[in-house]
Design a protein around this ligand. Structure first.
Ligand SMILES: Nc1ncnc2c1ncn2[C@@H]1O[C@H](COP(=O)(O)OP(=O)(O)OP(=O)(O)O)[C@@H](O)[C@H]1O
Ligand SMILES: [Mg+2]
Length: 338
């Protein structure tokens, strides 16, 4: 297994949040692939029950069961392929509750009976804090699970990546002890919540924010970071700028006012007609592009001012398929994320 310094050595649970639609699922999948190098095993967890991960990897819907979904990039150091494995799991509160009953009371069948009676739905509806604990509990359990075999063996997963709820819900979702404290002051639920919180609020967990270079996602990212920083023990991770569009001109070219007559003359030289109108339209496009680049730069500066590591992923114009995901994974690795 090859090792090298990355920004997140020591982190076992990566939580990926961000404003809706900014690319949480895509970036979580890219990060899982990036972490799955050198023979490492990574679990990619979906928590919102939307089967976005299955769609992204072009697979049928994921069952509530960990299964291998992709192979990470190989390392060519010794000429042999050392790609790791990405496993995936779609967690829902119901499956997580059954797991919990099994783990702590050996009572899965009782749980299934409760489910049939609709009581699990009832419990998760009246106590959303409880359902969050069950879901985050599944992530922390997976992150700490040991390989079967003699005690003292390594971890089953080298990292767990969670495609988490959006920024608007992330604080409540992760602050599990506070959420269940009104529900359970003592007893097994409370003990479980405390165990989960100990992992979430430890250096083993980092919360990454995905943002595009637009005003609303940037604002939500900054608000989300401030919210998590106020929770003792919570570790804010990186900011991942997603779907950035590269500037096609240099800063000097962007600043210069377009020379419309010169452009028209050049177009005429190229054999075009009506070049006056064409040149004016092109000048408008140029001005628009310059405005866009300036806006992106401003948003980027705001994100950088938060003081967290920042990675930048390009807009993949062909759409994100498996090869696109590998491209994003390679970017994340080159920039030090994994
Ligand atoms: N780097 C990228 N380049 C091109 N398209 C992208 C990129 N990242 C994400 N997308 C596309 O943007 C859309 C939203 O991405 P994604 O589903 O990952 O966002 P999300 O934050 O998980 O959304 P939701 O809030 O609905 O869960 C998808 O169509 C996805 O393919
Ligand atoms: Mg998503």
């Amino acid at each position: 297994m090859t090792t090298r310094d990355t920004d997140w050595d020591g982190v076992r649970l990566h939580v990926v949040t961000g404003k809706g639609g900014t690319g949480k699922t895509t970036v979580a999948a890219g990060l899982a692939l990036a972490l799955a190098h050198g023979g490492r095993k990574v679990l990619l967890m979906e928590t919102e029950g939307r089967q976005g991960i299955a769609r992204l990897f072009d697979r049928p819907p994921l069952p509530y069961k960990e299964r291998k979904i992709a192979i990470g990039p190989g390392e060519a150091d010794d000429g042999r392929d050392h790609g790791g494995d990405v496993y995936a799991l779609a967690v829902d509160p119901e499956g997580a509750l059954l797991d919990y009953l099994q783990m702590f009371y050996n009572m899965r069948s009782a749980g299934i009976a409760l489910t049939r009676l609709g009581l699990v739905d009832f419990a998760t509806t009246i106590a959303p804090g409880l359902s969050d604990v069950l879901v985050t509990g599944k992530a922390t359990e997976a992150a700490r699970r040991r390989r079967p075999g003699p005690p003292g063996g390594g971890y089953q997963y080298d990292a767990v990546v969670m495609d988490a709820p959006p920024t608007g819900r992330i604080g409540r979702f992760l602050n599990v002890t506070a959420e269940v404290s009104g529900l359970a002051k003592v007893g097994p639920v409370r003990t479980h919540a405390d165990t989960v919180a100990n992992v979430i609020k430890s250096p083993q967990t980092a919360v990454h924010f995905v943002s595009t270079l637009e005003e609303m996602p940037v604002q939500e990212t900054l608000d989300g970071i401030a919210e998590l920083r106020a929770i003792p023990g919570m570790q804010v991770g990186s900011i991942v700028i997603n779907m950035a569009r590269p500037a096609v001109l240099s800063p000097e070219e962007l600043k210069a006012a377009p020379d419309v007559p010169a452009m028209a003359a050049a177009l005429a030289d190229a054999g075009l007609r009506d070049t006056g109108e064409l040149a004016a339209a092109l000048a408008d496009e140029l001005a628009e592009h310059a405005r866009h680049v300036e806006l992106q730069d401003r948003e980027r500066a705001e994100l950088e001012a938060a003081g967290q590591p920042v990675y930048e992923l390009p807009m993949i114009t062909e759409g994100v398929d498996l090869s696109g995901l590998h491209r994003l994974a390679a970017e994340l690795r080159d920039q030090g994320a994994a």
